[in-house]
Design a protein around this ligand. Structure first.
Ligand code: NAD
Length: 496
C-alpha cells in the first residue's frame, strides 16, 4: 500500500519537496519516506472539504448515519489489515492494535446517535405569541491533528462524530504512523461518504500551522503532547477557532491497605506497561498507602514485571512491543538514568531485556522511592519506566495526586466506599477509576482530562462531541394572524 495524502476521494502523491521516514519499530528498518504536505496542499484540501461539506450538511441525517453504520461494518470486516498496519508502523502487538480498533469502533457506534445528541430545543409561546427554538448546524470543516500512539483510534474518534454531524474533516495523522488512517480512506468511500468529506494531509508542524491559520477551518481537535497542544490551543484561539486539545498525563494509582492487593498488582502491571506504556491513560505512578501495602505490592508486582515478554508486533507471545522511535528509546532510557542519579532505587531493570534486534526495544523498569521533587515524578515518561511514590495516608495520596500539573486519569484500589468517594470527589483528574485501572470511558460518556491534560473547555469524544462539532443557533419567532403586531418601543424587549 502506497501511503499518500487523500483529497476529494483520491490519493494525492504530493510534491516530495519534503519527506520523512516511517519506520517499523519492531526491526528498526525504514519502511518508506512519507511526503509532507504544505500550506498549498492544506488549502487544496480545505477548498475540497468546504464544497463537499456544504452538500454533506444538506444531506438528510438518515442518509448520513447510514454511512456511519456501513463504515462500522467495513472497519470490522478489515480488522486484520488495520491491526497489521497499526502494529507494523507503531510497534504495538496485534492484540493491542485490535483492542485500539475496538475503541475506535465504539466511537463510530456512538456517532450513529448523532441525530439524538445534536437535536435542538423548543419553547412554545414564551411571551406575546413568540416561540423560541435552538438548533445545531455543522461548523463546516474540522482539522483533526492526531498523535502517534493511537494511529487508528484517534482519527476514527475525531472524525466519526464530526462527519455524522454533517462536517467535512481534514485529518493530519502523526507522521510516524500515517498508514492506518490512510487505509480508512477507501473504507469511507466504500461506505458511501461523498468525496471531499474525509481528507488527509500528511506532514509535520508546517501542515499543522497551515491548518491553524486557514480561515476555512473553524474547528480543530488535537490529541498529543502538552507543549504542542498548548501551542495549538493558543494559536487556534488567536485565530478565533474552536479548539479542543487533549494532552499529556501522569496517571497516579493509589492502593489502599484494604484493597485486593493481588488484583491491584495485576491491574498495575497491565495498565502500566501495556503498549510499552505509550498510552495517555497508562498508569505512570504507583502510590501504595503505608509501608506494609508497599512491601506486599512490591512482592507481587516485581515477578509479574520480570515475566513480561518484549517482542515484535506480530509475535503472538509478546506482551508488549518496541517504542515508536530510536529518539523515544533514548529519551526513555535517559529518564531512568536521571531518576537513579536523583536517588530513586531500582526494583526491576529493563535495560537488560535480552532482545537482540535493531528494533526500538525498551524493557520494563520499576523504580522505588521516587519523590515529588524528582524529574521522574514531574515529567511524562512515554515508555515502560514506571515508579513507586510511597505515601502514608489517603490524605497524602490525594495531595500528591493533586500536586501534579496533569490531571488526565487517576485510580484508586480500595475496599472502602468512603475512601473511593473521597478520592473521586477530591482528586482533580478528568477520568477516575475505582478498582478500574484504565478508566477510559465508553463512547457514550465524555472522555478528557483536567488541568494541563486538556486545553479548551469542550470535549471532542462522547456526548459533548456533538456540541463541539456543531454551531448553536437560537431563533425567536412569531407568526401573527393579523398585521400591526410591532409597535414602536425603545425599551429592551421583555417577555413579561
Ligand atoms: P506530539 O505532540 O509530538 O504530536 C501530535 C501531533 O502534533 C502530530 O500530528 C504531530 O505531527 C504534531 N506536532 C508535533 N510537533 C508539533 C509542533 N511543534 N507544532 C505543531 N504540530 C506538531 O505527540 P505524540 O508524541 O504523537 O503523542 C504522544 C503524546 O500524546 C503524549 O504526551 C500522550 O500523553 C498524548 N496523548 C494524549 C491523549 C489524551 O487523550 N489526553 C491521548 C493520546 C495521546
Amino acid at each position: 500500500m502506497e501511503i499518500s495524502h487523500y483529497i476529494s476521494g483520491q490519493a494525492v502523491a504530493g510534491k516530495r519537496q519534503k519527506t520523512g521516514p516511517v519506520f517499523n519499530p519492531s526491526t528498526g528498518a525504514k519502511l518508506y519516506d512519507l511526503d509532507y504536505g504544505d500550506a498549498t496542499l492544506v488549502d487544496q484540501a480545505t477548498q475540497a472539504a468546504q464544497v463537499a461539506g456544504k452538500a454533506w450538511a444538506q444531506t438528510s441525517q438518515a442518509k448520513r448515519l447510514q454511512v456511519i453504520f456501513k463504515m462500522r461494518e467495513l472497519v470490522i470486516a478489515h480488522t486484520e489489515e488495520i491491526a497489521k498496519i497499526t502494529g507494523l508502523e507503531h510497534g504495538k502487538t496485534i492484540a493491542d492494535a485490535k483492542g485500539e480498533l475496538s475503541r475506535g469502533l465504539e466511537a463510530l457506534e456512538y456517532a450513529t446517535n448523532a441525530a439524538q445528541v445534536s437535536k435542538g430545543e423548543f419553547s412554545l409561546n414564551v411571551g406575546g405569541g413568540i416561540d423560541v427554538y435552538s438548533f445545531r448546524q455543522p461548523v463546516g470543516v474540522v482539522g483533526c491533528i492526531a498523535p502517534f500512539n493511537f494511529p487508528v483510534m484517534v482519527p476514527l474518534m475525531m472524525a466519526s462524530m464530526a462527519i455524522a454531524c454533517g462536517n467535512a474533516v481534514i485529518v493530519k495523522p502523526s507522521e510516524k504512523v500515517p498508514g492506518a488512517a490512510f487505509f480508512l480512506s477507501d473504507l469511507w468511500k466504500e461506505a458511501g461518504l461523498p468525496d471531499g468529506v474525509w481528507n488527509i494531509v500528511n506532514g509535520d508542524k508546517q501542515v499543522v500551522d497551515a491548518i491553524l491559520q486557514h480561515p476555512g477551518i473553524p474547528a480543530i481537535s488535537f490529541v498529543g503532547s502538552t507543549g504542542v497542544g498548548e501551542y495549538i490551543y493558543h494559536q487556534g484561539s488567536a485565530f478565533n477557532k474552536r479548539v479542543a486539545a487533549y494532552t499529556g498525563g501522569k496517571n497516579h494509582m493509589v492502593v489502599m491497605p484494604d484493597a485486593d492487593l493481588e488484583a491491584a498488582a495485576s491491574a498495575f502491571v497491565s495498565a502500566a506497561y501495556g503498549s510499552s506504556s505509550q498510552r495517555c491513560m497508562a498508569i505512570s505512578l504507583l502510590l501504595p498507602v503505608g509501608r506494609e501495602t508497599a512491601e506486599r505490592l512490591i512482592e507481587l508486582v516485581v515477578p509479574k514485571i520480570k515475566s513480561l515478554r518484549l517482542g515484535a508486533y506480530d509475535d503472538n507471545d509478546a506482551d508488549f512491543g518496541a517504542v515508536i522511535s530510536a529518539d523515544a528509546k533514548q529519551v526513555i532510557e535517559a529518564s531512568l538514568e536521571t531518576a537513579l542519579k536523583d536517588g530513586a532505587s531500582l526494583l526491576v531493570d529493563g535495560r537488560s531485556h535480552g532482545v537482540n534486534s535493531d528494533g526500538f526495544y525498551v524493557g520494563a523498569s520499576l523504580l522505588d522511592n521516587v519523590t515529588t521533587s524528582m524529574e521522574m515524578y514531574k515529567k511524562e515518561v512515554f515508555g515502560p519506566v514506571r515508579a513507586i511514590v510511597r505515601v502514608g495516608s489517603l490524605d497524602e495520596a490525594i495531595a500528591v495526586t493533586n500536586s501534579h500539573e496533569y490531571g488526565n486519569g487517576a485510580v484508586i484500589y480500595t475496599g472502602s466506599g468512603n475512601a473511593a468517594q473521597r478520592f473521586v470527589t477530591e482528586v482533580k483528574a478528568g477520568m477516575l477509576g475505582v478498582n478500574v485501572a484504565v478508566p477510559v470511558p465508553v463512547g457514550h460518556h465524555n472522555f478528557g482530562g483536567l488541568r494541563r491534560s486538556k486545553f479548551g473547555d469542550a470535549h471532542m469524544f462522547g456526548p459533548d462531541a456533538a456540541r463541539f462539532y456543531t454551531d448553536l443557533k437560537t431563533v425567536s419567532q412569531r407568526w401573527p394572524e393579523i398585521s400591526g403586531f410591532d409597535t414602536l418601543s425603545m425599551a429592551f424587549p421583555s417577555n413579561s
